[in-house]
Design a protein around this ligand. Structure first.
Ligand code: COA
Length: 201
C-alpha cells in the first residue's frame, strides 16, 4: 500500500510532508517548503513533539543519515538546520529567526579536497554539492532560548534554561542556566533557577 501524500491545508507552497516526518496531532508546520533540502532516510528523519511548531524560513537541510528531534512545545521560528547526524531541540526551546544549527561543516578544510568536490558538481545528478565532512550531534536543552542570527557549531550541547544572545557564535558547550553572547560566545551572566521551572504535563 502506498502512503497518502500529506499536504497542509494552509500551505502557500505546493509541496508535501516527507513520509518519514513524524508530526504530533498538536504540532504545526507552517509550510512544506521547509523540506526543500531534506534528504533524510532515517525513521523518523524529523519528529515534532506535541504543541511544537516550525514557521516560515525554517529549512531542514538534512542529509541521508541526519535526524532532527523537536521537543514538546518547542518553537522554531525560521532557523536553518544543517544536519548529517543528529540535532536535538529540547522541550520548550525557542529558536529565533536566522539561527543556524549545524552539526557538520559539510566540506573539507583542505583546499584540494574542496576543489575536487566543486569539480564534481557539473556531472552530479541532482546538481548539488554533497561534501562528506564529519558530523557531531548538537543538543539544545529544554527551555533554551536562542536569539536571532546566532550560530551553533558541530558537537555543541546547550544546557537547560540557557540563553544565547543575538548574533552569537556558539563554539563550545553552554552551561545550564547561563546567558552567553558574542563571538565566540562567552558566559555573560547566570540565571537564577526558580522552583517553578519544573513543568508537569
Ligand atoms: C542575550 C540577551 C537576552 C541578554 O540580555 P541581558 O541578560 O539583559 O544582558 P545585558 O544586556 O545586561 O548584557 C550583559 C552583557 O552581555 C553583552 N551582550 C548582551 N547581548 C549580547 C550579544 N547579543 N552579543 C554580544 N554581547 C552581548 C552586553 O554588552 C553586556 O556586556 P557588559 O557586561 O560588558 O556590559 C540579549 O542581549 C539578546 O541578545 N537578546 C536577543 C533577543 C532576540 O533574539 N529576540 C528575538 C525574538 S525570539
Amino acid at each position: 500500500m502506498t502512503a497518502v501524500a500529506r499536504t497542509l491545508p494552509w500551505d502557500w507552497y505546493d509541496g508535501t510532508l516527507p513520509d518519514n516526518v513524524e508530526l504530533d496531532d498538536t504540532a504545526y508546520v507552517e509550510t512544506t517548503f521547509s523540506f526543500l533540502l531534506y534528504r533524510s532516510e532515517r525513521q523518523p528523519g524529523v519528529s515534532y513533539g506535541k504543541g511544537s511548531s516550525s514557521y516560515l524560513g525554517t529549512m531542514f537541510d538534512v542529509g541521508p543519515s541526519g535526524r532532527v528531534r523537536i521537543g514538546d512545545y518547542a518553537l522554531v521560528h525560521g532557523a536553518r538546520i544543517i544536519c548529517d547526524d543528529e540535532v536535538v531541540i529540547g522541550d520548550h526551546a525557542l529558536i529565533s529567526w536566522n539561527v543556524v544549527l549545524m552539526d557538520t561543516y559539510r566540506f573539507s578544510s583542505d583546499p584540494g579536497v574542496r576543489r575536487e568536490e566543486l569539480r564534481s558538481v557539473p556531472a552530479a545528478l541532482p546538481r548539488v554539492l554533497t561534501g562528506g565532512a564529519e558530523a557531531r550531534r548538537i543538543v539544545i536543552g529544554d527551555n533554551v532560548w536562542i536569539g536571532f542570527d546566532a550560530v551553533v557549531l558541530p558537537g555543541v550541547t546547550i544546557g537547560e534554561g540557557a540563553v544565547v544572545g543575538a548574533k552569537s557564535v556558539v563554539t563550545a558547550d553552554v552551561p545550564a542556566y547561563s546567558v552567553v553572547a558574542g563571538n565566540p560566545a562567552r558566559v555573560v551572566r547566570t540565571i537564577p533557577k526558580e522552583d517553578d521551572d519544573v513543568v508537569e504535563d
